[in-house]
Design a protein around this ligand. Sequence first.
Ligand code: ADP
Length: 478
Amino acid sequence: MTILFASAELFPFSKSGGLADMASALPRALNRKGQEVTAVTPLYAFIDKKKYNILKTEESFRLKIGQMVHDVEIHRCEYEGVEILFVYNEILCNRQHLYGPPGGGYPDNDLRFAIFCHVVVELLRCGNYDLCHLNDWHTALAALLAKETGVESRVVYTIHNLAYQGIFPPSSLERCGIDARHFTPEEIEFYGQVNWMKAGIGFADAVTTVSPTYAREILMPEFGCGLDGYLRRHSAKLRGILNGIDPTLYDPGSDPSLPAHFDAENFAGKAECKAALCRDFELDDLARPLVVFIGRFVAQKGMEWIIEALDALAALPANFIFLGEGEERYHAALEAAAGRTANLRCFFGYDEALSHRLYAGADLLLMPSRFEPCGLNQMIAMRYGTIPVVHAVGGLRDTVHPAGSGRCGEGFPFEDGNACGLVAAIEKALTLTADPQKLEALRRFDMGCDFSIGRCAEEYRQLYGELLSGSPSSKGEL
Ligand code: ADP
């Protein structure tokens, strides 16, 4: 089976979150299962072409979209056994950030990703792929264009986060090369605007999202971001497939970012990782449990609850490190708290190596998301023997079960979505960390759980097979 896998970000070339991890790991895992997957992604200006031996191909073409003509080059490399095609166009790629500066989006993101989608469809037309796997709103338009162009490849569309839908004014139809006949509520019109997410949901042959619980949640108004009704209409082709992580990239036994290595049989290296972090962040009292937060500083990740809880957290017998970037108001509140509190530190920015050191050196990972399509942090944390404290929603509910439940993995999920629920869950977790034997047993248990991308790839392989054999893809876990 030949598959074209399209994503706006792909680790290690570009990454803003879990989409990049999945776009990197899934094609690799599928290839290992005998599928022939080619990934396609933009060649952003910040990607180091030399380092990855990315070379320009003979394929360059001019695309007429609306009234404008856009020059496109195709570059390629092979990365860990996967062929990766890179789309270069000046408007799409010549930017400092993927989507815009922290907290904002570029005003021409519609045109940028329309160019990418048109190229994806051009590749489908010429490339003889059995199937095309699209991810998130940036690639959703390709589902509509593929059907319109008569491309025969089956189309799978994965929603990684329904909150980001790609909504643009009607004037963008023309410049993105979208036929105005699609501008109806049944297709891509959304309260007078153009909604790309609807194109993905409506035109794909199968729609997946990244956890079974999120697949159910988005059918309800509370989590549906205005599209719950539209999703209910298309629910026969929706299923939740739990994401996974690349166990070789996140391996405490060999991770090159760590000052010391460890495994479930010997945690001495983990203690060294913690000591190094406490030294670097000038945190006293190594014996205190270390709680970390890694992620975007946005409302989705529970920042309001965190900010409200900061004083209560400061009073706990634990140290805290927050790594992330996002909205200014959250930066300011965290910075102020770090200034008045001896046990709280922040690092503002995106730092892959530091994130690995935090996963490895921490005792607890805090992830109080208001909603969470899947979440990778909690799976990565468990791989490094770090116990997750999470709000029980979406993929967090599917992956973190109460300590002692015997279900893979275990941690401290809390039901009350507010600051008090968060603090109570950390307090509960701290009673466990106070007992070294219980803590070690739980670490060992979580490290033995399989959250690998291989399991996820197997479910996708089955879905692709169903689509190609023509059997309906309605056996989802809804
Ligand atoms: P998201 O909603 O952001 O996609 P996920 O939990 O699915 O959240 O994935 C987040 C990924 O991004 C993880 O690999 C996490 O380690 C990484 N990450 C998030 N913020 C940062 C940061 N500031 N620095 C380094 N890595 C980060």
